[in-house]
Design a protein around this ligand. Structure first.
Ligand SMILES: [Zn+2]
Length: 972
């Protein structure tokens, strides 16, 4: 028998009853007993790249599961034959794709023949175009046979594709067993199913080693069966190149700004802003018509998608849809016609004006849509309902417009903004009378300032789409993740729900943990679920009404590492992973996955915590260069009532510590203890010096003196039996009263300090204000030398240190604001930066400070920018070198974009880590240090400045100790 005859012979027994008469809901009909397959052959009657890849995927996973499988050029009566692709053989067998929606497929088995068939692009072009950017296959090409293959592997072979690679793919070791007959139809509930920026891959290893096959992230999207219908959801109109084509000949096509200029004439980022009442719609209509007639873009003088593809239209035009979404930062035109409709200056403030603008923008799109219908052009239009045209218009929207709703901030746990979002969605659903497309933000979009922290959203995504199962015709979730491994489960749940929102998402998530982690499923689920809750409730803080309107708030660094991921919580999660490892000790695969996850989704958090702790260490490296002055700060509370300065100097034989204590109640100071080693001196109005001369942060000496000449000296070892007051040194003390101050000078012989560190060591200075006849409710106030809010006094690990050699390497001039009150503003001293001097102020504050007895208090009573410019000593800097920019800050009722520090290199060039990392310091915060690494330019300018400002904000901020220091090269 020839091959051809064999095939006919086999097909003769096939029921011709599998053709669809009308589109049915997805179904899967199985009949007969399951029977283990012996030899399996994969047959591809009609070869093209996409089906070849589908065959490859099928072969790999069936083999990995332990099956005896091989490709075969033709159907073989002695094997189970899986025939792939939409081909003549499938159609002859009655497996028709007629009426099956895009991305749909059929799986049909009769006897020993299985057909997996979906609509595919059959072009000969190599379908893999590299891993960067968006993907032809996800976008332009059809690859539904591959979807069918994945379905077959999942449903009948138990394979699970959580993410590509061994760690994220479950392949059960079992022989394929299929029922006697299968008749399956499946297609997605949503036409758009995609995730933006799911993050970087976790290693360099390609799952498909063959470079003709997709890279890992692309492969993940393919196995998640994604479909991109529109590449650019927003900023679409600019792709039509209207500015270059018409600005000179038809300036009226573009929105009129202030002073008679058209918006494209301003050099802002989103400058393709059109006038919707200018007649530009004639041109846009002509473009759409040419596109739908299959003409090349050059027919309309539009640049193609790329020079390599001259016939492909730019991304505004794709797959039978033209996206008419305007550029971000929509500007309402000020021409006489538009001005009559709405007042451009009121659009962002006044809902009624916004409604009118929305109406006009939708009307503009509807006019084009109506004309397309009238001329029987079946190209659809897409418009994102995006601020300010997010308001539902009061006329019917033509059904050839795909309405996509922008939800910001998107899918979260239940809160008030979710209700508002639902209300908006419902209004649009009522208006269109159908499902709408969704553009939402999940994951990390709002909080990139927190690298290393996963933003799990798996339960919330499942619940979201499950509860709104018939709302959406498509969904694009923007993850904005830094690491793919942070978003893989979100992507998995989202993708499955976008395909079938009716599915039992809870069971699906349970199954994920069971299959991935076996005996540690519950522990690992606990970690993922608790982290999801932390992200949703403790890091994403929701919409907050401010002077600027709604501002989306996220946890700030100080809270993040001291509260959200406090040490006790870090211990808690460490214990979860320890337990998970113990539970999987006898399950090698599960243990490997537990360890993989620990490394990738938890150690990354610890690494960030360590980074923050290290910054706090630099806080502790609070240095005083001798000779120099230390300004003491309140031990409790934040307000500095009196100024206390300790001047440190050295003589050949001694260290001298001179306390100068401002004291308005000098006549009341308490001084009852007398003589040497009285033991009660600490109860009086007194001064104390603590020294850790060896620098071991363990052995320290302490001296306490009062106004009556009493002096107690002590020696301690932390957490060990100590000599205490029995230690005796040769220190001398002198005290002096002035009308409103007290002075106390300790002369401590170097001989008493033993072999002290010659370059400096930890110290603590302390001052107690105790008075005679204090009232019962009157508090003793105390001062110490520290930049920490910690209450510990006798822990040398929290002390500052005196430095006996070298100099301060801070490159910022006047970074502590010391003495600036007496100095005129200039480029060499400091300059105030204000947008409205009447409502903003900069004051030197002696009650609040960290370093030299004064801080800069920045205040703004209206939304604006205000701060200070400090010169940087560029002569000591190197090009292309890493520097650490840091400062202390404290904020009070600060609303808006918050506080920011940056280095200005001149000519509009900034190093702005706060801006780039979206760090926002706002609200009420105690003093804490912010610190980030920047790189100096390749060519150093003649002058540079540090700017510390509150941006577009209202409220109060204090800053101190502004620093820029070279980051030492890491030692190899
Ligand atoms: Zn206009």
């Amino acid at each position: 028998m020839t091959d051809r005859l064999k095939q006919l012979f086999l097909l003769a027994g096939f029921l011709a009853g599998s053709a669809l008469t009308a589109l049915e809901a997805p179904f899967c009909r199985l009949a007969g007993d399951h029977k283990a397959a012996g030899a399996i052959n994969i047959v591809v009657p009609e070869k093209y790249p996409l089906v070849n890849f589908a065959a490859e995927e099928l072969l790999v996973f069936l083999q990995e599961g332990g099956n005896q499988v091989q490709p075969s050029p033709a159907v073989n009566p002695d094997a189970l034959c899986i025939v792939l692709g939409d081909c003549e053989m499938a159609r002859a067998a009655g497996v028709s794709l007629e009426g099956v929606p895009r991305d749909g497929y059929r799986i049909v088995k009769k006897g020993n023949l299985v057909f997996i068939s979906g609509q595919d692009s059959k072009g000969p072009a190599d379908f893999v175009k590299g891993d960067s950017g968006h993907l032809d296959m996800l976008e332009v090409q059809d690859y539904a046979t591959l979807f069918g293959v994945y379905e077959f592997l999942e449903r009948f072979a138990g394979v699970r594709f959580y993410f590509p690679g061994k760690m994220g793919t479950i392949v059960p070791q079992k022989t394929l067993a299929l029922p006697e007959s299968i008749d399956l139809l499946d297609y997605p509930a949503m036409d758009i199913r995609t995730v933006g920026e799911p993050g970087q891959w976790y290693d360099e290893v390609r799952v498909c080693a063959n470079r003709r096959f997709p890279g890992n992230v692309k492969l993940a999207k393919m196995r998640s069966r994604h479909r991109i219908l529109m590449r650019n959801m927003s900023n679409s109109l600019q792709k039509g190149d209207y500015i270059n084509r018409f600005l000179k000949t038809h300036p009226e096509y573009f929105a009129l700004g202030n002073d008679g200029k058209r918006i494209p004439e301003y050099k802002n980022r989103h400058h393709c802003q059109i006038c919707v009442n200018s007649g530009i719609e004639q041109e846009i209509f002509a473009d759409i018509k040419a596109f739908s007639q299959g003409l090349p873009p050059s027919a309309r003088n539009i640049p193609p998608f790329s020079s390599a593809t001259p016939n492909r239209w730019p991304s505004m035009f794709s797959q039978g849809i033209v996206n008419l979404t305007h550029d971000d930062g929509f500007v309402w035109c000020k021409c006489p016609v538009c001005a009559k409709i709405a007042d451009a200056d009121q659009v962002s403030k006044d809902l009624a004006q916004r409604q009118k603008v929305s109406h006009a923008v939708w009307k503009f799109t509807a006019r084009i849509a109506d004309r397309l219908k009238a001329e029987k052009i079946d190209t659809r239009l897409l418009l994102l309902a995006y601020h300010p045209y997010d308001q539902v218009p009061d006329f019917p929207i033509p059904d050839n417009i795909v309405t996509a709703i922008v939800l910001f901030p998107g899918i979260q746990g239940h809160n008030a903004s979710m209700d508002q979002q639902d209300a908006l969605l419902n209004a649009w659903r009522a208006k269109t009378g159908s499902k709408v497309s969704l553009r939402a933000w999940t994951g990390k979009y709002n909080a990139r300032a927190f690298p290393g922290i996963p933003a799990f959203c798996h339960n919330l995504l499942g619940e979201y789409f499950s509860r709104r199962a018939d709302w959406f015709s498509g969904a694009f979730c923007y993850e904005g993740a830094d690491q793919f491994i942070f978003s893989y489960l979100n992507v998995y749940v989202f993708s499955k729900m976008a395909w079938d929102p009716q599915r039992d998402y809870k069971a699906m998530i349970d199954e994920h943990f069971e299959l991935m982690f076996g005996p540690a499923a519950a522990k690992m689920r606990q970690y993922f679920d608790e982290m999801e809750k932390i992200w949703d409730q403790e890091i994403m803080l929701g919409m907050h009404e401010t002077a600027l309107g709604g501002v989306y708030q996220v946890a700030q660094p100080y809270d993040l590492w001291r509260k959200v991921f406090s040490q006790s919580r870090r211990d808690h999660f460490n214990a979860i992973f320890d337990a998970a490892e113990a539970l999987t000790a006898n399950a090698a695969d599960s243990l490997e996955r537990v360890r993989f996850m620990r490394k990738n989704v938890w150690d990354s958090v610890l690494a960030q915590a360590k980074e923050f702790d290290a910054l706090q260490e630099t806080v502790k490296n609070f240095r005083l260069y001798v000779p120099g002055d230390a300004y003491l700060r309140p031990h409790f509370g934040t307000r500095n009532e009196v100024q206390t300065i300790v001047s440190v100097s050295e003589t050949p034989g001694s260290f001298i510590f001179k306390f100068h204590c401002q004291e308005p109640r000098i006549t009341e100071i308490r001084a009852q203890a007398k003589g040497r080693d009285n033991g009660d001196t600490w109860m009086d109005f007194e001064a104390e010096v603590f020294l850790n001369p060896s620098g071991d942060q363990k052995h320290y000496l302490q001296w306490i003196a009062n106004d009556a000449g009493a002096l107690d000296d002590y020696a301690f070892t932390v957490n060990e039996p100590s000599l205490g007051i029995k230690w005796n040194g040769q220190a001398k003390v002198e005290t002096r009263r002035g009308p409103d101050f007290w002075e106390c000078i300790f002369d401590i012989p170097k001989a008493d300090l033993g072999d002290y560190c010659r370059d400096g060591f930890p110290v603590m200075f302390y001052h107690k204000r105790a008075f005679n006849n204090m009232k019962d409710n009157e508090l003793v106030t105390t001062y110490k030398w520290s930049c920490l809010s910690s209450k510990a006094l006798n822990d040398p690990t929290e002390w500052g240190r005196i430095v006996l050699t070298g100099r301060d390497e801070n490159l910022v001039v006047n970074g502590t604001f010391k003495g600036l009150e007496d100095v005129a503003q200039s480029r060499k001293t400091y300059r105030e930066m204000k947008t409205n001097p009447e409502k903003q102020s900069l004051r030197f504050d002696h009650e609040q400070f960290i370093r030299d007895g004064v801080s800069l208090h920045i205040s703004s009573q209206e939304v604006g920018n205000v701060g200070v410019e400090l010169p940087v000593d560029i002569s000591r800097m190197k090009p292309a070198t890493k520097y650490r920019l840091s400062f202390f800050c404290r904020t009070q009722k600060l609303d808006g974009l918050g506080l920011r520090g940056e280095i200005y290199w001149g000519n509009g060039v900034y190093s702005s880590p706060f801006k780039e990392q979206r760090i926002k310091v706002f609200g009420d915060n105690p003093w804490h240090r912010l610190s980030y690494v920047i790189t100096s330019p390749d060519t150093l300018p003649k002058q540079a400045y540090m700017y510390v400002r509150i941006m577009q904000s209202i409220g109060e901020a204090w800053i101190d100790d502004c620093r820029l220091e070279e980051v030492p090269e890491a030692k190899p």
